[in-house]
Design a protein around this ligand. Structure first.
Ligand code: PAF
Length: 278
């Protein structure tokens, strides 16, 4: 039975009541759960004695012209899935004040946020880091699970976690895809049938990049060639080739790199990536 907790005080009381040898696994989300989230919860169930899910559409990670108001929500559907995945506690603060009693303290990770999503979404990772840091302080998990679709988010959270000596281990989990290759995302729900069909272009393009890489190509220019045509009719936010650790652009792949992209299909921004490991 999943317990729904709405306040940080009640979450802290629950956490304080656990014996020290009980391992806590944690999956932070913004809800509208899909198979990608369920893969994190299943892994959390395997790794923890107690499984905590958070559902909070974090306002501070959305820019003024972004889709905060339109972000898909379905709490009762989420709680049904949570139950099915064996979640012990779903932390669902309905009042944002629960997470932001003041808006004075922010967590910023310099450097890793300059490119990719950080370039076109200024302040986004500051919002992500701040809320993840607060959630880790409340849940005090032994292990927290994040999806690799948000590769830059995972890299930044790992850095924050190491630099601030935050509790537990951070685990990245592979991207979960629809049968035709589209990466699972809550935002897919906003795609019209036409845009949904067009959006498969992202996976087709990344597969092509990976094939070129597997065939020995190492030049950025040639690996990314044809992106405009192959991603049409999508509107490209970015298509980048970066070092897999520093996230700085590379001209030639000499060690593990990441090809990452963000593309709008009919106004819906989708991200995806592929790791190119020599
Ligand atoms: O990946 C997400 O859903 C969010 O960025 C997260 C990590 C839950 C923070 O709000």
């Amino acid at each position: 039975m999943t317990d729904v907790i709405r306040t940080r005080a009640a979450l802290q009381t629950w956490r304080d009541g656990l014996a020290p040898d009980i391992r806590v696994a944690f999956v932070p989300t913004m809800g509208f759960l899909h198979a990608g989230h369920r893969s994190l919860l299943d892994e959390g169930r395997r790794r923890g004695d107690r499984l905590v899910l958070s559902i909070f559409v974090n306002p501070t990670q959305f820019g003024p012209n972004e889709d905060l108001d339109r972000y898909p929500r379905d709490e009762s559907g989420d709680l049904r899935q949570a139950e099915g995945c064996g979640v012990d506690v779903a932390f669902c603060p309905t009042d944002p004040e629960q997470m932001y009693p003041s808006r004075s303290t922010w967590v910023n990770v310099d450097g890793l946020d300059t490119g990719l999503c950080g370039r076109t979404r200024p302040g986004h990772f500051r919002g992500v880091c701040t809320v993840v840091c607060k959630l880790l302080a409340l849940v005090r998990p032994h292990v927290s699970l994040f999806g690799e679709k948000d590769y830059q988010q995972l890299a930044i959270v790992r850095r924050m976690h190491a630099d601030l000596f935050l509790p537990g281990e951070i685990v990245g989990m592979p991207i979960v895809r629809e049968p035709d290759g589209l990466a699972m995302s809550s935002r897919n729900a906003h795609l019209s049938p036409g845009a949904r069909a067009d959006a498969v272009a992202i996976h087709r393009f990344l597969t092509r990049v990976h094939q070129r890489f597997a065939a020995g190509e190492r030049s950025r220019e040639r690996l990314l060639a044809g992106a405009d045509t192959e991603l049409a009719p999508g509107v490209i936010d970015y298509v980048e080739l970066v070092d897999a650790e520093s996230l700085q652009p590379v001209a030639t792949v000499e060690r593990a790199a990441l090809c990452a992209t963000a593309v709008f299909f009919a106004g819906v921004r989708l991200i995806d990536n592929v790791v190119l490991a020599p």
